[in-house]
Ligand binder design. Sequence first.
Ligand code: ZN
Length: 56
Amino acid sequence: MQMIECTTCAGSGILADNKGWEYTCSDCFGDGKINPNHEPRSTKAQSGNEDNQLKN
Ligand SMILES: [Zn+2]
């Protein structure tokens, strides 16, 4: 199985937003590589954003 470099994170497996927060790439799940045979354009909605409230 051939893996290609994840273009989302440039192969690092880590994404950083403009506030400097780093988090695991959601496309390659931190591997830095993706399987080209796997259709990446999944439209699965990610749940779990309910904990987004500001504390304090
Ligand atoms: Zn990635």
